[in-house]
Every structure is written in structure tokens, then in C-alpha cells.
Design a binder for this molecule. Structure first.
Ligand code: MN
Length: 385
């Protein structure tokens, strides 16, 4: 029996994780749930899954929630859920750098982590991987690309890998010209063609920042240099990623674009369980699988992520923090699409990199970058430019 604590249970990955839990009541028991502020949905989840505690990140909303079980709040609440004695597995589907400390605390408390929070490895990959190497716990990626790589590497020797290729839907704006990208709105991006995701990641997908994060995550997860990590656009989102070995053999993982498939894999790893409710791939219905190179000129965030990843230290944390703020403003229609990259680049340019930072230094820089980025945007400099 896996006892689960699901951080971010009301979001896209969280609700889909509960879809899997619902089908296998004998395999999974929910012991903790957390949300940011959606207490209406959290209430329904409490009634249905009967956790022992919940946490609400938004402290005011936490005070509004009436429940028969303990309700914790803020970062302290997330950490309680990440370290609760009765959970053996933590699903981290938090959005943003608030997910970093809960992952680290979970590992410190010998929990297995099913990870959907990108910021954990983007900002603190070196620290997290070092902790895992000296621990008996495991960290299994939920993200479809990293799940694909993990599956392709089953039974293989990582030293035999010559490169990996992460596939990418291309995001909502893959067919827009550079000029058109100056005018696109958040609502246009939110109509993502293949994956059903939360708002923040949908914008990250449209800017290619999401793929940049995934490149950095893959670097840490599979201990590969950036020169061995490729990205290819694959609009159908059927081939989830590929691994090429030194004998030129390539193994890919395919499936319908449904996050419940990699979620279920992460929860049961290394076992596979039968689930007839998941969609089946029928290649003749898909008809064609196409691939092309990403356009780094129209979508400069991808190239930026490679550069930032190679420089490493505190720079990925700065890139992530500036992106979080820029996306927040773009979602409110306060800045333009092309401003997102410019704002991040500005923050990166101003930063003096600390090599081998501590987790406290990373979180401090995260906070400082967010405050400064917000100030810069509020000054209106980006809107005017
Ligand atoms: Mn992905």
C-alpha cells in the first residue's frame, strides 16, 4: 500500500493524480492534501479521500476552511504535508519555487518523491541530486518527457547513452511569426493544442521556457552534459522523448498525450499496472508523426535556458524567479509576450553568479529576484519598450 501526500492536489497534476488514486483504492491511501487557495475543491477532496491533514498555502483561505481534520497553512503547512509520518510517497505538483523546500524536506525525511514541480531541479538540482545519491529514497519524474527517458533507460547502462531528445509540442504559438508574437494574448496561449495543463505551464510552453526547464531537469536527473540533450518539435505529442545509444540504436516511448499515464507510472515505478480507463494509442488514427527543429530566434527562452544551465550556480534560480513574475504579469495582460524573455534576460544580466550555492542562498536569490523583477515591471519600463 502506498500512502500518499499530494502537494498541490487541486491543480492539473494533483486532480489527475487523484483520478488514478480513485481507480485503485487498494493500492493507494491519501494521508495529506495541500492546495494554494482553492478550498472549495479541497473540501470535496477531503470528503472523498479522507486525508489525515490538509494544508492551504494561502493563509487567509486556510482560516476560511472548516474541516474535521487539522488544517495547516503557509510554507509550514506544505512542509508538514511533505514530511508527515504516515506518508511513504510525496507527490509534489506545486507550481513555482515554493515547491523546492518541500521536496528537500521530503527527501530528508526518507520519503519517495514523485516529482512534477519543475523548479525543484531547475533551481536546486545539484543539492537535490547530492542528497539522493546518499539516501535510500527515490525521486521519480512525473513530467511526460522525463518519464519517457526513464522508461527508455530501463535495463540500460547510462554510460551507453550518446544523446537524449526531448520532444516538445511547440506550444500554442509555434506557427506565429515574430511580428505576430508581439500581439498575442494570454487567452490565446491558454488554448493549448494537445496537453491539458495549468495556466503557468501553458504560458511556459508557449515561450519554450518549459522546454528549457526540462532540459535542465534532464541534465540533473540523468547526469548528462547539455551537449547530449536535444529538443525537437513534435506537434502530435505522441513520442514523449527518445534516447540514442552509442551503437546508434534509438529507443523512444510513445503514448497518448494524457498526463495520467506518466503519473500512474511514477506512482507504481518500477511496476506497471493495468488501467483500462487510460486512452490507447492507435497509430493509424494518428496518421502522421512529424518532427522539426525549434526556432531559437522566435523562441529565445530555450537557448537562454541552455546557457543558464551551463553556467549553473544561482543563475537558473534567477531565470526561474524572473520567469514566474513575468508570466504572472503576462497572464494579467500587463506585459507583452515578447517582454517575458526580455525581462528574464535583464535579471540574468544583472546577477552575479554564486557557484555551489546553499539552499538558503538559492531561496534568498529567488525572493530577491522576484521582488526586483516586480519592481522593474511596475516601473512600466517593459510596457513602454
Ligand atoms: Mn513536459
Amino acid at each position: 500500500m502506498k500512502t500518499l501526500s499530494i502537494l498541490g492536489s487541486t491543480g492539473s497534476i494533483g486532480t489527475q493524480t487523484l483520478d488514478i488514486v480513485r481507480i485503485f483504492p487498494n493500492k493507494f491511501k491519501v494521508v495529506a492534501l495541500t492546495c494554494n487557495s482553492n478550498i472549495e475543491l479541497l473540501k470535496q477532496q477531503i470528503d472523498e479521500f479522507k486525508p489525515e491533514i490538509v494544508a492551504v498555502y494561502d493563509e487567509e483561505k486556510a482560516d476560511e476552511l472548516k474541516a474535521d481534520i487539522p488544517v495547516y497553512k503557509g510554507m509550514d503547512g506544505l512542509i508538514r504535508a511533505a514530511t508527515i509520518g504516515k506518508a511513504n510517497t510525496i507527490v509534489n505538483s506545486l507550481v513555482g519555487s515554493i515547491g523546492v523546500i518541500p521536496t528537500i524536506k521530503a527527501i530528508d525525511n526518507l520519503k519517495n518523491v514523485a516529482l512534477a514541480n519543475k523548479e525543484t531541479l531547475v533551481t536546486a538540482g545539484a543539492i537535490v541530486m547530492k542528497k539522493l545519491s546518499s539516501s535510500k529514497t527515490s525521486l521519480i519524474p512525473i513530467d511526460s518527457e522525463h518519464s519517457a527517458i526513464l522508461q527508455c533507460l530501463n535495463g540500460e547502462n547510462v554510460n551507453d547513452v550518446s544523446k537524449i531528445t526531448l520532444t516538445c509540442s511547440g506550444g500554442a504559438f509555434k506557427n506565429r511569426s515574430k511580428g505576430e508574437l508581439g500581439h498575442v494574448k494570454a487567452e490565446d496561449a491558454l488554448k493549448h493544442p494537445t496537453w491539458n495543463m495549468g495556466a503557468k505551464i501553458t504560458i511556459d510552453s508557449a515561450t519554450f521556457m518549459n522546454k528549457g526547464f526540462e532540459v535542465i531537469e534532464a541534465h540533473w536527473l540523468y547526469n548528462l552534459p547539455y551537449s547530449k540533450i536535444d529538443v525537437v518539435i513534435h506537434p502530435q505529442s505522441i513520442v514523449h522523448s527518445l534516447v540514442e545509444f552509442k551503437d546508434k540504436s534509438v529507443i523512444a516511448q510513445l503514448g497518448m498525450p494524457d498526463m495520467r499515464i506518466p503519473i500512474q507510472y511514477a506512482l507504481n515505478y518500477p511496476q506497471r499496472i493495468k488501467n483500462e480507463s487510460l486512452p490507447q494509442l492507435n497509430l493509424t488514427e494518428i496518421k502522421e508523426l512529424t518532427f522539426k527543429e525549434p526556432d531559437l530566434e522566435r523562441f529565445p527562452c530555450l537557448k537562454m535556458a541552455y546557457d543558464v544551465g551551463i553556467k549553473s550556480g544561482t543563475l537558473p534560480a534567477v531565470m526561474n524567479a524572473a520567469n514566474e513574475i513575468a508570466v504572472k504579469y503576462f497572464l494579467q495582460d500587463k506585459i507583452r509576450f515578447n517582454d517575458i524573455h526580455r525581462i528574464i534576460q535583464e535579471s540574468i544580466g544583472q546577477h552575479t553568479v554564486i557557484t555551489n550555492p546553499t539552499i538558503d542562498e538559492i531561496m534568498e536569490i529567488d525572493k530577491k529576484t522576484k521582488e526586483e523583477t516586480e519592481k522593474e515591471i511596475e516601473k512600466g519600463m517593459c510596457i513602454a519598450s
